[in-house]
Design a protein around this ligand. Structure first.
Ligand code: SAH
Ligand code: SF4
Ligand code: F3S
Length: 469
């Protein structure tokens, strides 16, 4: 167990960054300044970007969605698959012309990609118009990094190959959504052999219960009704801190916060999913009846090489328990198709799992080789075309299952937390059931942020349509 003081960034250091924010704010007091932040990857990154925007706000920048208007452009990157990285390179490449026309523009890249030395080297050499580079572990130092870039008029590239810490009390900018994310822990200790996350996010470290509750209370005060507790493996919450409290206990504590009506969480590792957690979801009214439990693959041979530490049978037994105790639970999973060594017979076992569990939806990915992970050196036994054919076949199967599961909602009434106006139809509102199903229906905007009872009149593969009762 690590000592708290070694894991938390000292408050003097955060105070120092706050002083620098004021300095930048002074520099910017000569006119309107704008910042554009684009986020890739998971909810953890979205949460980090909210902190970036919070710091930018304190430094005198207004948020903009227009790159041309921006004085600072930041890409908060994800390294989990190659296509996410390629998109970032494409996007920063395209900023060259903008920088030429507006030399004072500050272009920054941060996040998980920037915790990898070879990527930082590539940016240094090939993207000379990028002014600042910093990884996830240096996020709290953003004010200092930006200040140096502005005042010294030079590139600031921070690459630190050390474990991350926890920065409490950083400013945060939220868009005022009905549902907000709250990080409960950072990092991952699992080292699944395909995954880059433990390398770019460091070891598991849990926030103190008090800090989490305080954040939840602040959100409730601002009218937030639902929170999503975030961590790469929330089931390990608390194992690294002295005052031991486990994740189910944390859920119960958070549920005492007045005003917070719904609590979701992501992600649970199947190996650590305890009976206590299942019971807590079943018994605590505020904990949503929804579970995202990534299986990755249905073949024991592959699960072993992936270092997932459970068998298909153990996984299915947990699912059986979950369904028994929480009959109407919404179940989702992640699947990787084409992991090295996976043959067509292994893949068929994944298909069998989908048929057995009947998930509400599945997030599926074709395996992407990540530099520095153990799987990087492992070899394929089937071709890329075969992988793609398997992937397509899996999506076809899952789409049918998802549509069938949604059809079960037809004609029934559900309590919907209204999140906003539908993106596809401005006359419709959109919200979610307790289980997390998206429901669109006609209604007045003053329902946003409130609960509404809606009868389902139509079901689709990805969503439901209904009418107010
Ligand atoms: N901590 C979470 C998920 C982290 S990444 C968990 O353990 O479930 C989200 C998903 O991306 C993973 O569940 C996995 O399905 C996928 N993923 C991770 N690394 C990948 C890789 N190298 N190639 C393809 N998909 C990957
Ligand atoms: Fe990656 Fe595995 Fe950790 Fe999830 S549990 S972040 S898949 S190493
Ligand atoms: Fe991507 Fe980093 Fe999240 S690699 S998935 S943004 S932790």
């Amino acid at each position: 167990m690590s000592k708290r003081e070694d894991v938390i960034i000292k408050s003097e250091e955060i105070e120092n960054q706050k002083r620098i924010m004021l300095l930048v704010n002074n520099i910017n007091s000569d006119g309107e300044k704008y910042a554009f932040v684009e986020t890739y990857g998971c909810a953890q990154n979205v949460n980090d970007s909210e902190h970036l925007l919070g710091m930018l706000e304190k430094m005198g920048y207004k948020k903009t969605d227009d790159k041309k208007r921006a004085d600072v452009i930041i890409y908060n990157t994800c390294a989990v698959r190659e296509n996410a990285e390629l998109k970032v390179f494409g996007n920063i490449g395209a900023l060259k012309a903008l920088k030429r026309d507006k030399p004072n523009l500050i272009i920054g890249v941060c996040g998980c990609m920037m915790q990898q030395e070879h990527i930082v080297e590539q940016i240094k050499k090939r993207y000379k118009h990028v002014d600042i580079v910093f990884g996830t572990h240096s996020l709290y130092r953003f004010p200092e990094i930006l200040y140096n870039a502005i005042t010294k008029n030079e590139r600031v590239i921070v690459f630190k190959n050390e474990d991350g810490k926890i920065a409490e009390d950083l400013p945060i900018h939220r868009d005022g959504a009905v549902s907000e994310g709250v990080s409960v822990m950072y990092g991952c200790n699992n080292f699944c052999t395909y995954c880059i996350v433990p390398y770019v996010r460091g070891r598991e470290r849990s926030r103190k219960k008090e800090d989490i509750i305080k954040e939840a209370k602040d959100l409730a005060k601002r009218g937030v009704k639902e929170i999503m507790l975030l961590g790469q493996n929330v089931n390990s919450y608390g194992k690294d801190i002295d005052a031991y409290i486990d994740f189910p206990d944390l859920l119960n504590e958070v549920s005492k916060v007045e005003g917070i009506e719904r609590i979701r969480f992501m992600t649970s590792h199947p190996k650590d999913l305890s009976d206590k957690l299942i019971d807590t979801i079943a018994q605590n009214k505020k904990v949503c009846k929804q579970l995202h439990l990534p299986i990755q693959c249905g073949s024991n041979k592959i699960l072993k090489i992936m270092n997932r530490k459970y068998t298909k049978e153990e996984y299915l037994e947990k699912i059986r328990k979950v369904k028994e105790k929480i009959p109407n639970i919404t179940l989702t999973t992640d699947i990787i198709v084409g992991f090295p060594g996976e043959d067509n017979a292994d893949f068929e076992q994944t298909m069998e799992v989908l048929k057995t569990v009947r998930y509400d939806s599945v997030f599926s990915f074709i395996y992407s080789k990540r530099r520095g992970t153990p799987a990087e050196k492992m070899e394929d036994v089937i071709t890329a075309e075969e992988k793609k054919a398997n992937f397509d076949r899996m999506i076809e199967l899952q789409n049918i299952i998802s549509a069938e599961k949604n059809a079960e909602y037809y004609g029934k009434n559900y309590e919907i937390l209204v999140e906003g106006v539908s993106k596809t139809n401005p006359d419709f509102l959109t919200g979610r059931t307790d289980g997390g199903k998206i429901v669109n229906f006609a209604g007045e905007k003053d329902l946003i942020g409130k609960f509404a009872e809606v009868k389902i009149t139509k079901s689709h593969t990805w969503s439901l349509t209904g009418e107010l009762v």
